[in-house]
Write a protein that binds this ligand. Structure first.
Ligand code: GDG
Length: 491
């Protein structure tokens, strides 16, 4: 869908009085050049947008976010019943707030420090400044008593900043990535400010109950906050910490895999890969995703003679990501060398054992790949949820295929029984699990896939959004305190 850009500044489209406001680092649209050669907007694909869009339409919603273009300012504009409110960021702010504090400090810290976090005061200052800008915009557009839903680690200070400006609002926050245990979070020089920022919300949502528990424990230890189970008492309010495991747009994926062109494309991919069993990895090129461990295990299986060229191929899609952050550049070099080594050693002319693609594809091509894959390999070292695992399951209504899934992906909590679970740090274990998944017969595949599909189809992204918003709007009663222990009478 292509949308024409708003024409003049001055807020002709600014919606003052939205009953529902989403605040996210990015707007749900990308800036493109339209067919007429003029700049335009195209709605970005993704479950979050489709889950939230109906609520936005029914409640006069506004989405506040960055348009993705540094140093450029855009007017607010309307699309499909949603008001979009762009927030400007200078190139320097993108470097310090987005690439810096968000992705070189918080991202590695929250993912078990699998890479060393950078602690830099200028980055922190930019994080505060940009969070403030988002909070001010939300305060400006929200109607009296409106619901505001703040998304993710880039905006953890917004809840408290916004509450200060607009105490009348109901504020929810959802963290898409893991929330670390106290022992790691403690490293952060600005740990108190981040916690206090989150405590500005009425409801703080996490992917897993363990993350909510980490948060509550930190509030108690760092801020001396009282709590009753997962309800933290803070500045005379109750802040609820709860788990809401995110999911995928099952309907969208069902429609995609029913399309004849997508099914044909899946067959074409299979035919191109010969008779080999097809393993598939789809990840942003990120050091949390365990791509190097996956490649190592796969390569060693050929070295050991447990797999032979022609018997299995790995298709690895590595979507470009955060390309200006140094650790991502180093990772790309490492992965590309590894792929070169494996193919150099075990590939044959016209038949590499690893097909590595460093590019993005449209949703239809991804669905065709999911249909073509015998084994989906998802091996993150730490992941909030991992939607790729759930997308694969949602696409396999034929009950074929096997999912190899890291124990460190949030998705493992729900897909535990159907997936081939693995510790990606254990390369021998990973090799054994890859083989077990490759060897699973149709009966075993169907049994496992059925279990996983039941979970994913019943808990889709629509249910996720509705559950969060209804908890924010009509909080269930506070968690009752445990009854006092019954006194045991002596004698
Ligand atoms: C964060 C958390 C959490 C990938 N390549 C292409 C493409 N994708 C899509 C996938 C999937 C999404 O991107 C990736 O989602 P993940 O969940 O796997 O990972 P993150 O990007 O790290 O997401 C994560 C998530 O937030 C949601 O809360 O699950 O734990 O880290 O949907 O299909 N999409 C298209 N082309 C590609 O080449 N169109």
């Amino acid at each position: 869908m292509v949308i024409t850009m708003g024409s003049k500044r001055g807020g002709s489209f600014v919606s003052r009085g939205s009953e529902f406001v989403v605040v996210a680092n990015r707007l749900p649209v990308d800036r493109i050049v339209g067919e007429d050669g003029k700049p335009a907007w195209r709605r970005s694909p993704g479950g979050l947008v489709s889950a939230i869009a109906p609520v936005m339409r029914s409640r006069k919603g506004t989405w506040i976010g960055w348009a993705g273009a540094p140093d450029e300012e855009f007017d607010p504009f309307e699309e499909d019943g949603m008001s979009l409110h762009p927030i400007a960021q200078s190139a320097e702010e993108v470097r310090l707030y987005y690439e810096g504090f968000s992705n070189a400090t918080l991202w590695p810290l929250y993912h078990d420090v699998v890479a060393p976090p950078v602690y830099d005061r200028a980055m922190w200052d930019a994080y505060v400044r940009v969070n403030n800008r988002f909070a001010e915009a939300a305060a400006e557009v929200a109607a009296e008593g409106a619901m505001v839903w703040v998304q993710d680690y880039q905006l953890q200070l917004v809840p408290a900043m916004l509450r200060k400006l607009r105490p009348d609002l109901r504020i929810g926050f959802f963290l898409h990535i893991p929330f670390p245990p106290l022992e790691l979070f403690w490293q952060l020089p600005w740990r108190r400010q981040i916690l206090e920022g989150l405590l500005g919300a009425d409801l703080v949502g996490f992917q897993l109950p363990g993350a909510a528990a980490n948060f509550v424990r930190l509030c108690r230890r760092l801020l001396d906050a009282r709590h009753v189970k997962q309800d933290v008492l803070w500045e005379g309010r109750i802040v609820r910490a709860r788990a809401f495991p995110i999911s995928v747009d099952v309907e969208e994926l069902n429609d995609l895999v029913a399309r004849p062109d997508v099914r044909e494309r899946a067959q074409e991919i299979r035919a191109d890969l010969g008779d080999a069993t097809v393993l598939l990895g789809v990840d942003r090129l990120d050091y949390t995703k365990g791509i190097t461990q996956r490649l190592q295990a796969f390569g060693e299986l050929f070295g050991d003679g447990r797999l032979s060229p022609g018997q299995a191929v790995l298709v690895q899609i590595a979507t470009p990501s955060r390309e200006r952050v140094e650790q991502y550049q180093l990772l790309r070099e490492e992965i590309e060398q590894q792929v070169g080594r494996i193919n150099g050693e075990y590939g044959e002319i016209g038949f590499p054992v690893v097909h590595y693609m460093h590019s993005s594809y449209d949703r239809a091509e991804l669905a065709a790949l999911y249909l073509a894959a015998d084994v989906m390999v998802v091996t993150p070292l730490r992941d909030g949820m991992n939607l790729v695992a759930k997308e694969y399951v949602a696409c396999r209504s034929d009950l074929r295929g096997a999912l190899v899934l890291s124990e460190f992906a949030g998705a493992a909590m729900e897909l535990r029984r159907g997936a081939f679970q693995v510790n990606p740090y254990d390369i021998d274990g990973l090799k054994g699990t890859l083989l077990a998944a490759l060897e699973a017969g149709p009966g075993e595949q169907a049994r496992r896939m059925r279990t996983m599909r039941r979970r994913v189809t019943e808990h889709d992204v629509d249910r996720w959004a509705k559950t969060f918003l209804s908890e924010l709007e009509n909080p269930a009663r506070p968690e009752p305190a445990d009854p006092p222990p019954v006194a045991v009478q002596a004698g």
